[in-house]
Design a protein around this ligand. Sequence first.
Ligand SMILES: *Cc1c(COP(=O)(O)O)cnc(C)c1O
Length: 390
Amino acid sequence: MLGKEPETLLTHAGNAPEKNQGIVNPPVYHASTVIFPSVAYMEEGAKQPYEGVRYGRYGTPTSRAFEDAVAALEGGYRAVVTSSGLNAITTALLAFVKSGDHLLLVDNCYYPTRQFAEKILSGLGVTTSYYPPEVGENIADYIRPNTRMIYLESPGSFSFEMQDVPAITRVAKERGILTMMDNTWATPLFFQPLAHGVDLSIQAATKYIVGHSDAMLGVITAKEEVFWPLKTIAAILGVCAGPDDVYLGLRGLRSLAARLAMHQQHALTVAEWLSRRSEVVRVIHPARPDHPGYHLWQRDYHGSTGLFAVILDKVFDKEAVTRMVESCRLFGLGYSWGGYESLIMPFFSPPPRDCTPWQQEGTLLRLHVGLEAVTDLLHDLEEGLKHLHG
Ligand SMILES: *Cc1c(COP(=O)(O)O)cnc(C)c1O
């Protein structure tokens, strides 16, 4: 019997040494064909084709171990592992919206989610409109008679607005509208979407779950009512993930709590330090009391992670900011985040927005604060900031 606390679950879920000669970690199953003992067995299995071990694409003991561990952490019925975080998002959307339906997307969502709605769903007859992240219960004003799904992401992974998740899911539930949420920033350790009324929770496991910048992976956790429709469509779409990457996800879970505690602490320290620098006009971090969504973070979240942003003074032009980021040695310039290492990403043009135009002047710098010693990180930023001035 596993303990109830998430740290204990993280440490043991999916492991069964007694079934594997005492070896702590489960073996990695590489599989396509699964040999059946009889025709009767084969025919019996075909009644529930996506259950059990029948074909590599539908699931193996390796994928099931990872799915069950994440589902337990998210407090869901079951989960579906996918080949990337974006694949988790597109699979969950394709499973539940159809021609004639309307999708409500949060205006600050991860950009490829927006592209999927505009380039793929539009061609399938699904209309998309956007709502402000800070809408709360006024989401009702954006709902149309054919709204099928409300998509949440909190905080936004560029601008970090917090959403009032329970207020939105309450309205959705009253009207029979499904909700899904990209929960990558918080991970299931710091926020549990399903407990706040969301039907489908998405993790880009590429980020904190894998945690070492060496695999692409996604996972969708579902409530019982929506799991089988989701699993069926995922199977029909051919969604599956490579066994070695799934294993890296499972292994990443073991140290997730320890890594996040350090990311959290380091990011808060770096954010505080940056807030006292004259080059910085604003720090955008949901776990700081000056953040407009701080009360929501405090009410609903158990912690904060390593990703936040600052706005630089508008006197620093693209050339100055380029000098700055290129002179950082520890903060690398690169996509993604959630690995052990620190990253810095400048955004020189305003993000695409529909109903909440980006008003802030000055370059937004997004930082992912890693596991390096904070003193070294502060020193790196201090050297970098000098280069803003020429
Ligand atoms: C990175 C990211 C994704 C996509 O994950 P991939 O594994 O890169 O496909 C989705 N949502 C958020 C918030 C992300 O940061």
